[in-house]
Design a protein around this ligand. Structure first.
Ligand code: HEC
Ligand SMILES: [Cu+2]
Length: 494
């Protein structure tokens, strides 16, 4: 947390002038000329009249990097050289995709300007490309954001100029028909327009852009995957990712910072369709330039980034750890790829975050006895017959297993495997006892379907485990076996 004033809007001085003016009008009704002695406010130069000094070539960077801050430099003529490249790349392990790119990356190069700059944009379409393209920059005031003037065939270059009038973080994208296809193939990026005097300094700045991808095959299907227009029309993406691919910001690619540093993320959403619920797990944004504009919000958990929109967020890294960057529309994160990481190194601060202090057993709803580790499990009634064991086991099942495996043992696809007619269960009794005793993680195949979840170890007595498994084995088409407490005891000893 910090409380620096945080304007990106250069209209703040204007607002102040107005307020002061109204204040004066109000006051002067009571005290004649009370304000007349004050010198006239230094009036802000309208952006259209900001003088351009000299000329320079824009520094462009590939994600997740951004060019260095503008700081106090005067408005200038800024030359931007952008090359369109159609090229094959990796969407995920074993999955290839033919990307269409601005400067060879998805998202395209980051462009950093300041209000009043006169941008001379050179757009080149590589001769090996198959298609014409163009660019629509949301920072442009003018028809099509430059699209009409920038339409360019393979092997050609076009030039157009614009003056940047509004500070903020803006998306650029290709706008050649079919637009959805050009965007879906990766043709988007960000252009930052800094206000007069620049943004408040921070220690680290990074560039992240979300995009949704539509492939002929399902998520994970290997090989070169062509674009699927119908899925795009239906808004059913197979991949929702940061920076063009699964894993662009994880492991070795994760963003880095040190404890004590402030981090600013320039976050865009290329879409073409999905709206992002942008969140960093374990951090709170100290400032958010809402929608990339001049409105600054504070203390924000999740910020909404529209398709074709952006946001600037920053926060201070107070404690070390891995902070997971997500679209909080969470199946996208865990099933479609929108997961990144920020690794913060440095000293712990136990006052801000203690880490794990104690651990007890927590069982989900419908569960049984809550025992602390080492506590004795209470005695359960002893069954004297198979039928009695089934009856007792049924109530253990209802209290303990049903929440996950469901009332008739049918499970839930992709989450909890079935116990009804389970080939895995019926193949090996001791293994099944082991699963209940010790829990289970990792991949498991049940009746031809893959599961990869976590079954917590069950805190039950030998008697109860014998009962519940006897009930399970005697129900729903399973192989009618009685499990004796001694069998459980011998597995427990393993
Ligand atoms: C919190 C949810 C949860 C609870 C409660 C739970 N399980 Fe499971 N169970 C799972 C998951 C998830 C798996 C698959 C684990 C994996 O992917 O490795 C599983 C796997 C199994 C398997 C092996 C796979 C199969 O379908 O044959 C058996 C047997 C089993 N559980 C029995 C039980 C019994 C009996 C109980 C109650 C005493 C129970 N489970 C309670 C979630 C649960
Ligand atoms: Cu294009």
């Amino acid at each position: 947390m910090s409380f620096i004033l945080y304007p990106i809007s250069s209209s703040n001085t204007y607002t102040m002038t107005r307020l002061k003016f109204l204040f004066c009008v109000f006051l002067s009704a009571w005290l004649l000329n009370a304000c007349s002695s004050s010198t006239p406010e230094q009036t802000k130069i309208p952006p259209t009249e900001i003088k351009v000094v000299g000329e320079s070539i824009a520094e462009l960077t590939s994600p997740p990097l951004v060019p260095k801050p503008i700081g106090n430099r005067e408005a200038t003529k800024l030359i931007v050289n952008m090359e369109i490249v159609e090229k094959e790349g990796t969407m995920a392990d074993g999955v290839k995709y033919l990307y269409w790119t601005f400067n060879g990356t998805v998202p395209g190069s980051f462009i950093r300007t300041r209000v009043g700059d006169e941008v001379e944009f050179h757009l080149k379409n590589h001769p090996n490309n198959k298609l014409p393209h163009n660019i629509d920059l949301h920072a442009v005031t003018g028809t099509g954001g430059g699209a009409a003037s920038s339409f360019v065939a393979p092997g050609h270059e076009v030039t157009f100029s614009f003056k940047v009038l509004n500070p903020g973080l803006f998306v650029y994208h290709c706008a050649t028909a079919p637009v959805a296809m050009h965007i879906a193939n990766g043709m988007y990026g960000l252009i930052l327009v800094e206000p007069e005097g620049g943004l408040p300094p921070v220690d680290k700045e990074y560039y992240i852009m979300q995009g949704d991808f539509y492939t002929k095959g399902k998520n994970g299907d290997p090989g070169l995957q062509p674009f699927d227009m119908q899925k795009a029309v239906d808004e059913r993406p197979d991949y929702v990712v940061f920076n063009g691919r699964v894993g662009s910001l994880t492991g070795d690619n994760s963003l880095k910072a040190k404890v004590g540093e402030t981090v600013r993320l320039f976050v865009g959403n290329g879409g073409p369709n999905m709206v992002s619920s942008f969140h960093v797990i374990g951090e709170i944004f100290d400032h958010v330039n809402v929608e990339g504009g001049g409105l600054v919000n504070h203390n924000v958990q999740t910020t909404l980034i529209p398709a074709g929109g952006a946001s600037i967020v920053d926060f201070k890294c107070e404690v070390p750890g891995t902070f997971v960057i997500v679209d909080h529309s969470i199946t996208r994160t865990f099933n479609k790829g929108s997961l990144g990481m920020l690794t913060v190194t440095g000293d712990e601060n136990k006052q801000i975050y203690s880490g794990k202090q104690t651990e007890g057993i927590y069982q989900p709803e419908g569960s049984t006895i809550q025992n602390m580790p080492g506590e004795k499990v209470p005695d359960a009634p002893k069954a004297t017959s198979h039928e009695e064991r089934v009856a007792l086991g049924k109530s253990v099942f209802a209290k303990t297993c049903q929440a996950c495996h469901q009332e008739n043992g049918q499970g839930i696809p992709n989450a909890f495997p079935p116990l009804a007619k389970s080939d895995f269960l019926n193949a090996d009794v001791n293994r099944a006892i082991g699963v209940v005793l010790h829990g289970k993680t990792g991949e498991v195949m049940v009746n031809g379907a893959k599961f990869n979840g976590v079954m917590p170890a069950q805190v039950l007595s030998d008697e109860e485990i014998a009962n519940v498994l006897t009930f399970v084995y005697s129900s729903w088409g399973n192989k009618k076996q009685e499990i004796k407490p001694a069998m459980v005891a011998s597995q427990r000893a393993h």
